[in-house]
Ligand binder design. Structure first.
Ligand SMILES: NC(=O)c1ccc[n+]([C@@H]2O[C@H](COP(=O)([O-])OP(=O)(O)OC[C@H]3O[C@@H](n4cnc5c(N)ncnc54)[C@H](O)[C@@H]3O)[C@@H](O)[C@H]2O)c1
Ligand SMILES: [Zn+2]
Length: 347
């Protein structure tokens, strides 16, 4: 298993480099991470080739990969080179895919700079790109050599992005740690000290992905909040002015899928109430109309994770434990979103 290192002092990465055998270094980043994060880390990097791509999900595609492979080729990278990926999940996923395929694979290190990438995307070895409108359609499982998580990068992250990442933290806690839930469900605002959250979330994702690296079973619990969340995210993408971040959609998915868990008497009404209150305190409400619900539910049916025509999701068995492959109906998805609408229009 790769080493995951959480380091509050950026200068300490000099020591991490000293232990590496590589002779060539390639740094991939995007325009925002280049502006905000590269200057922080640059003094501690060995001599390297720097390649900067446009920021954002729309650039996580084969055209950008071609540019990256081209830059790797121009830099004469050999099989012994190391590729470093400085950025959010887009850079980690796409950089990892390019490194995993360049000359049949060179070592890479993820240096995630968003909360989402630090607690989620950089851990577990899934790398890839979007293709023909399908998210993460092309990719491989390839573990990075190491992951270096540097919390100082989070200081420049826009609040919206921080909230999006925190939805995955909440998810990790709900599916795997009842004690931690007791500590966080009363949060009134986003935390400003991240180390303890990073350590906890990373450990948890690492444990789950190590137990089931190729998502045959247990790893599926990481999709809690994602069946309905992802359907909503995809639906709203059709309207550019209504598009929401993945994590914002997951926050709603968590409410909706917790509601279904409560309806099946897996979690209590009190548990559901705590979940809803936390999400409502932290996340701005998203407007969804009643007549949109059938369309959103239909998107969940097309989700690539569904075998045949049944929609399978993750439900909470109790706080801190999840069940995967739970069949749910289109009607239930609509009901769950109707619950979210009721909750958010009530206040
Ligand atoms: N591989 C996995 O297991 C996995 C898991 C979850 C998500 N993902 C992928 O991760 C991607 C989403 O990741 P993301 O939310 O990090 O998006 P992102 O990489 O697009 O980053 C969000 C925005 O923040 C900017 N940014 C990055 N670091 C910054 C910083 N420190 N300060 C200011 N701005 C900064 C980026 O340039 C970008 O504009 C998606 O493509 C998703 O599919 C992968
Ligand atoms: Zn997610």
């Amino acid at each position: 298993m790769n080493t995951i290192c959480i380091e509050a002092q950026v200068e300490k990465i000099t020591q991490l480099f000293e232990k590496l055998p590589h002779e060539q270094f390639f740094v991939l980043t995007d325009k925002n991470a280049h502006q905000h994060c590269y200057p922080i880390i640059a003094p501690y990097l060995p001599q390297h080739h720097l390649f900067i791509v446009e920021a954002g999900e729309t650039h996580k595609n084969i055209q950008t990969c071609t540019q990256i492979w081209n830059a790797m080729t121009q830099a004469n990278l050999t099989r012994q080179a190391l590729s470093l990926h400085l950025g959010g999940g887009v850079i980690g996923d796409m950089g990892g895919f390019c490194a995993a395929t360049y000359k049949r694979g060179i070592d890479f290190i993820q240096i995630p700079t968003t909360l989402l990438a630090q607690v989620d995307a950089s851990i577990g070895g899934k790398v890839g790109i979007d293709f023909q409108g399908y998210k993460n359609q092309i990719g491989v499982f390839q573990m990075p050599l190491q992951v270096w998580v540097l919390p100082p990068f989070l200081q420049t992250l826009p609040q919206k992005e921080t909230l999006a990442g925190f939805a995955e933290v909440i998810k990790h806690i709900l599916i795997a740690d009842a004690n931690q839930w007791q500590k966080i469900h009363t949060l009134q605002t986003l935390p400003n000290q991240w180390i303890a959250y990073l350590e906890h979330s990373i450990e948890l994702k690492k444990r789950i992905t190590q137990a089931d690296p190729h998502e045959k079973g247990l790893r599926k619990i990481l999709n809690f909040g994602h069946t309905i969340g992802h359907a909503l995210e995809t639906y709203l993408l059709q309207y550019p002015q209504r598009a929401i971040l993945h994590g914002e959609a997951v926050a709603i998915g968590i409410v909706a899928e917790s509601y279904l868990s409560q309806q099946r008497e897996l979690i209590s009404e009190n548990d559901l109430e705590q979940i809803c209150q936390l999400i409502q305190r932290l996340y701005p409400p998203i407007n969804i109309a009643e007549n949109e619900l059938p369309h959103i539910a239909q998107i969940a049916l097309q989700d690539k994770k569904n075998s045949t025509q049944a929609i399978r999701t993750v439900l909470l068995k109790k706080i801190g434990e999840a069940l995967y492959d739970q069949p749910i109906s289109l009607v239930e998805i609509q009901e769950a979103l109707r619950f979210y609408i009721r909750r958010t229009t009530k206040r």
